[in-house]
Design a protein around this ligand. Structure first.
Ligand SMILES: CC(C)(COP(=O)(O)OP(=O)(O)OC[C@H]1O[C@@H](n2cnc3c(N)ncnc32)[C@H](O)[C@@H]1OP(=O)(O)O)[C@@H](O)C(=O)NCCC(=O)NCCS
Length: 223
């Protein structure tokens, strides 16, 4: 039997709209199936050509989405942290944010998962941690205790953020990266896959390697 995921914060939810229309939307659609939640539509915000109303579920162009079942909440299904712009726009247009948590995720009862998060299989979130609005915790990522993850961030598969760490907003942590306890990572920073972060990372800086060092030029968060 397929384990059931759950939608938190919107009781008795039966249908939801995903924000995103590419491959990660397929993944979040699967998670929704596991929660017995129907995906009513996807929203595309970058390329009008991809907004295909004949696709199932229909792909809505962002400018037109407000007319489509306005009571349905949205879930992010765009990995890159630039999803914040479109998500905030939709909230400004009156959409609620749903939060999806896979049943194999272990979330401390003292942790706070803000609205609009997607918590994938095998994630662990420690005591008294806070996961900011619209953040995606990808498969098997670990968040230690008393750690703050700012809004619209992304932890890649197997990323390991230790305890008492503070990540700013729109931070991208690549697959398998490790961040040492007590550190601060600034807004929009990018941590490359496999990096071991042993010092604070300033805002807008990309770090890679073991120990992690800044790339000379900052990378845009991966798409
Ligand atoms: C850090 C990152 C964002 C940089 O991407 P980019 O801007 O396209 O950078 P490039 O691939 O051009 O690499 C630039 C340099 O950094 C090095 N580099 C890139 N990523 C690195 C990493 N994770 N660790 C060590 N070195 C890395 C490259 O070898 C290259 O070095 P060179 O200039 O000496 O040849 C990207 O490599 C990365 O780690 N992305 C995360 C991927 C991931 O976790 N995906 C999971 C999705 S679910």
């Amino acid at each position: 039997m397929v384990p059931r995921a759950s939608i938190r914060n919107v009781p008795h939810l039966e249908r939801v709209i995903l924000v995103g229309a590419l491959r990660f939307a397929e993944e979040v659609t699967d998670l929704c199936r596991m929660a017995d939640v129907e995906v009513a539509a996807w929203i595309e915000g970058l390329d009008r050509e991809r907004a295909d109303p004949t696709h199932l579920p229909p792909i809505l162009w962002v400018d037109d989405q407000a007319a489509f079942e306005p009571d349905l909440p949205v879930l992010p299904a765009i990995g890159p942290v630039r999803r914040m712009g479109i998500m905030r726009r939709l909230v400004g247009e009156g959409r609620r944010l749903a939060t999806l948590v896979h049943p194999s995720a272990v979330v401390s009862p003292t942790a706070v998962i803000e609205p609009g998060c997607v918590v994938c299989p095998l994630v662990v979130v420690g005591a008294h941690s806070r996961i900011g609005e619209g953040t995606i915790l990808n498969r098997g990522s670990l968040v230690g205790h008393h750690t703050e993850v700012g809004r619209y961030s992304f932890l890649g598969p197997g990323a390991n953020v230790a305890g008492m760490v503070t990540l700013g907003e729109q931070v991208y942590v690549g697959a398998g990266a490790i961040i040492r306890d007590h550190l601060r990572v600034g807004d929009r920073a990018v941590v490359g896959m496999g990096a071991a972060v042993v010092k604070d990372v300033p805002a807008d800086v990309t770090v890679v390697g073991v120990p992690a060092r800044p790339l000379e030029r900052s990378a845009e968060a991966p798409s």
